[in-house]
Design a protein around this ligand. Structure first.
Ligand SMILES: NC(=O)c1ccc[n+]([C@@H]2O[C@H](COP(=O)([O-])OP(=O)(O)OC[C@H]3O[C@@H](n4cnc5c(N)ncnc54)[C@H](OP(=O)(O)O)[C@@H]3O)[C@@H](O)[C@H]2O)c1
Length: 266
């Protein structure tokens, strides 16, 4: 079954840190060919070194998810380099730690751009190649915040909810063409996500949420995502006891509403 991934060309956004870096390192063990994207070139180079693949099997394309106007050019660059794009992992993202009424509208738009529109733009750019190949996989890293709203995360949560609407529709339209879609909903994973979250002044929050300190590791998260790919899953949840909130919201909404109000924003 592992041969499903052998030599596949996999484009990972957010590959400079956390889940994206762990995915790159884990996927490299399957002799894949990787395209690594994020803004920080130095950290992307580090990820490349950790992957230990032949240098020609890794391409780095740095860019800001806030501006995906050259998505089509980037997809063409991957095709020119490797000849196919088999998997796109829309993983890059930035969280928020600011109250809805105190967040400037421009920041709300930026959060939507980084966490939602970038995934839409990259997916539209790779779809023609996947249609031509009659095969492909789109992976979208949403969040449990894509299933319910939470303190200090209004636009982040809105963007994650939007991913579900877009990619559930996209899946229906493209699965008959050989393209499958996996939506990943992590709970709490021990990465830099809270450190690099934006506050209402556009500054980095800079503090690790206490609830993330003993959370699931990015390596374990990456393994579960790859397992879901190998088993052709459509949606998965990764994390610890926080995942119970999803079931509570669905089956016991009154209890959920009580519990969610008592949670710490951090
Ligand atoms: N950790 C969690 O508990 C958790 C829970 C639910 C969902 N998630 C989701 O998991 C995904 C990965 O996050 P993570 O936890 O691994 O956090 P992370 O360690 O902070 O990594 C975030 C990645 O996204 C990239 N990124 C952020 N803003 C970007 C921008 N404007 N342009 C290009 N790249 C950008 C960062 O790279 P550069 O800074 O180099 O650009 C970095 O590689 C995100 O979509 C996040 O929402 C995480």
């Amino acid at each position: 079954m592992d041969s499903i991934l052998k030599h596949k060309v996999i484009w990972i956004t957010g590959a400079s840190s956390g889940i994206g870096r762990a995915l790159a390192i884990e996927l490299a063990k399957y002799n894949t060919r990787l395209v690594l994207s994020a803004r920080n070139m130095e950290l992307l180079e580090q990820t490349k070194q950790f992957c230990k693949l032949p240098p020609n099997d890794i391409l780095i394309i740095p860019f800001d998810l806030k501006n995906t106007s050259n998505a089509i050019t980037m997809a063409a660059q991957i095709i020119n380099t490797f000849g196919s794009i088999d998997v796109l992992i829309n993983n890059g993202g930035q969280s928020q730690r600011s109250k809805a009424d105190e967040t400037p509208l421009d920041f709300d738009r930026d959060l939507m751009e980084v966490n939602y529109f970038s995934a839409v733009a990259l997916t539209k750019a790779v779809t023609p190649y996947m249609k031509r190949q009659k095969s492909g996989k789109i992976i979208v890293v949403s969040s449990i915040a894509g299933k319910f709203g939470f303190y200090l995360r209004s636009s982040y949560s809105a963007a994650k909810h939007a991913l579900h609407g877009f990619f559930e529709s996209y899946r229906l339209e493209t699965e008959k063409l050989g393209i499958s879609t996996l939506i990943v909903c992590p709970g709490k994973i021990k990465t830099n996500i809270s450190l690099s979250a934006l506050n209402n002044k556009g500054e980095l929050h800079g503090v690790m949420d206490p609830s993330h300190i003993n959370a699931t590791s990015p390596e374990e998260c990456a393994k579960q995502i790859i397992n879901a790919v190998l088993n052709n899953k459509q949606e998965i949840f990764i994390g610890g006891k926080e995942l119970i909130l999803i079931k509570l919201k669905r089956f016991f909404p009154k209890l959920f509403n009580k519990i969610i109000r008592k949670q710490s924003p951090y």
